[in-house]
Design a protein around this ligand. Structure first.
Ligand code: ES4
Ligand code: ZN
Length: 331
């Protein structure tokens, strides 16, 4: 089916993609072997069988466990290349790629191995496929704000010269319950002053008020997920009026039981209220589909029209952190 469906060849940007969430079980075991790391699963089959999640936290526990396979600069480059090849075959032209520096530094992997590997992968992928990408560091909201501040400062120290080119933004991810946007307000203020663009996960498992708080306190320009906004006409009106783009991830929402059924997904409600939306894959190795697969699910299982899907793809390019010249080349 890949390549035949017109949605697969529709040019798209991906604005909500955790590179660590692209680690497929076969690559996880190959990297673990290469690094002498033991994964908490005996085989690829046993790991795949663990992909049943009742909540975001159940997923995150597995996501952090599998990260232990990633240790070296070459591991991160290989991870990026595998993702770019897969997503390019589904119409990807540009990605603003999330990564979790603390997911690696907290277990002893030097920041430079992570960032240099991701940069290598993006450079090699552009040469091979013509796909462009930028990096968006995410801070883990379950950690103390002091930790996030140190992580941002370490990134600014070593990679501040990449801001606005290879490194475009900062995001906020991990466990939403009990970790509201305001917990990391100082990190976002510092990032904003440094010239980074701001995004945050909000209203995934949370409430419309979490979306509002991300806007009022963090001053983000996109809200990642944000599907809880569909519960408030006032919040949707604000997103429409201020042109705040939501980076929606249908197969993720289904896998984490944010929605019980794609037929009841909030995307049509958000679109009906004029909210700018994009479609993304989030953690495609874990949630059963890459970017084009999410577009197909939005058509066949949510019921979006061809015109609505084309508008989502167009919005993804326009709202991306690619340069204006690159955006024009993709459109
Ligand atoms: C994530 Cl789906 C999701 N939500 C929050 N944090 C995350 N990190 C990776 N995937
Ligand atoms: Zn996410």
């Amino acid at each position: 089916a890949t390549g035949e469906d017109p949605l697969m060849s529709l040019p798209k940007a991906e604005l909500h993609l955790h590179i660590e969430g692209t680690l497929e079980p076969d690559l996880a075991f190959a990297l673990a072997r290469r690094n002498g790391v033991t994964l908490p699963y005996a085989s690829v089959e046993e790991l795949r069988a663990a992909y049943r999640f009742a909540s975001l936290q159940e997923f995150l526990d597995l996501y952090y466990a599998c990260m232990s396979a990633l240790r070296t600069r070459r591991d991160f480059a290989d991870l990026v290349l595998a993702y770019l090849r897969h997503a390019h075959a589904q119409g990807l032209r540009h990605v603003d790629m999330f990564f979790d520096p603390e997911g690696h530094t907290e277990r002893g992997v030097p920041l430079e191995e992570v960032v240099e590997g991701l940069r290598d992968g993006l450079r090699e992928g552009e040469a091979e496929l013509g796909v462009t990408g930028t990096l968006v560091m995410c801070v883990l909201r379950h950690l103390p704000e002091e930790t996030s501040l140190r992580t941002l400062d370490a990134m600014l120290d070593r990679y501040g010269d990449l801001i606005g080119t290879e490194w475009t933004g900062i995001g906020l991810d991990s466990s939403e319950q009990g970790n509201p946007p305001a917990k990391h307000a100082r990190v976002f203020a510092r990032a904003r002053a440094a010239g980074l663009r701001l995004v945050a996960h909000a209203g995934e498992e949370g409430t419309p008020e979490d979306v509002t708080q991300a806007l009022d306190v963090l001053h983000v320009e996109h809200v990642d997920h944000g599907v809880a906004a569909a519960g408030s006409a006032a919040v949707m009106r604000r997103l429409a009026d201020e042109h705040i783009t939501l980076t929606v991830c249908p197969l993720s929402n289904l896998a984490l039981q944010v929605t019980p059924d794609l037929a009841r997904h909030p995307l049509p409600t958000l679109i009906a209220h004029g909210v700018p939306v994009t479609i993304n894959s989030d953690d495609p190795a874990y949630f059963g589909g890459y970017l084009g697969d999410n577009f197909i699910a939005a058509r066949d299982r949510i019921g979006l029209t061809e015109a609505q899907l084309v508008a989502c793809a167009r919005e993804s390019v326009d709202a991306s952190f690619a340069t204006p010249a690159r955006q024009a080349a993709i459109r």
